[in-house]
Design a protein around this ligand. Sequence first.
Ligand SMILES: [Zn+2]
Length: 383
Amino acid sequence: MQSNKGQSHGMRIVGDQGTADASARTGATEPLSSPASTPTSTTGIVPGSAEPHETSTDPTAGAPAALAHEASAGPQKAPQTTDNTDSLDPNAVLTDADRAQGATSPNTPTLGDVLLAVEELWPASLAEPWDEVGPVVGRPECPVTRIMFAVDPTLEVIADAISRGTQLLITHHPLLLKPVNSVAATGFKGEAVHLLIESGCALVTAHTNADSALGGVSDVIADALGVIDTTPLVPSKDGLPEEGIGRVGMLPEPMKLGDFAARVFETMPSVAGGVRVAGDAAGIVQKIAVCGGAGDSLFDAVRDSEADVYVTADLRHHPASEAREASLNGKPYLIDVSHFASEWLWLPAAAKALANVLDEMGHEVEIEVSTVNSDPWDFILTP
Ligand SMILES: [Zn+2]
């Protein structure tokens, strides 16, 4: 199974790229906001974007190019409405009335069709053994006219998706990672399952398979930070040579750690926790290791890679402290970012990649990125 999947997904010709290069299917190497990179398809994308960190009142000032979408509405703590009229093909945009009626066209895919595209992009075989990926809620035969990507299947995210007529929510994090004995609506997970089913909204997880895949979370982070010539920190056993957990690559030019940390800060969606750095701000970095989400299990691989700095999330005291103690000449430096923010970066690229594949399959669907900020932290106190 793995060889078939690896081969087919490596040979996939996607969208308007006209190439068998697997990276083309993901859109990860494209500037996310470039008009030229948007698929010329009947599949409409309603991109989200990140808020810049600067205190400027201009919503796009300082925003990284990759995230400076026109209808700027990055992750927010409260649900908000975005303008859907920037979809690429006006004919593909459903009206509110259409949405209310669940209007479909002859080219509307079923959930089963979309799952084929999801498998094409993020093969389940790439998931870690402990993970649970794929469909969680939904009937394969049901039509899907509107898809939303989000990091977390929180109740706020689900409610927002449902309010926007979403028929398929694709989240990075699993709702039901651990086995459950009940989905009664007496707890938040059961409530989530009920809300989804009662609203006719399917739920699909693309987690460590999306981390590992070419164009996955760490590829997008590396790309957004200007890191090139990347390879996996831990290559996948079941995928392409370029696939696996984490990435390490080079900046075209060396730069000071302080300046690189500022780049990280400006690239990530704005969250309360900001960015933490361990190391000499004047130290020079060029070889960069990244891992979206919690990456403190990869320190050995990071050291083996001889990276100058490691960008990841959820760094706890002891792994971070011991990594600093074990460092050579202070390296690798550490940059600790928000788990949510690091993975949110992937969503626009994932939406674009899925749009490309569905378009290639002849399907029409609207895809958007959740603008709900599901980072659990609300404020921070610093000295
Ligand atoms: Zn995560």
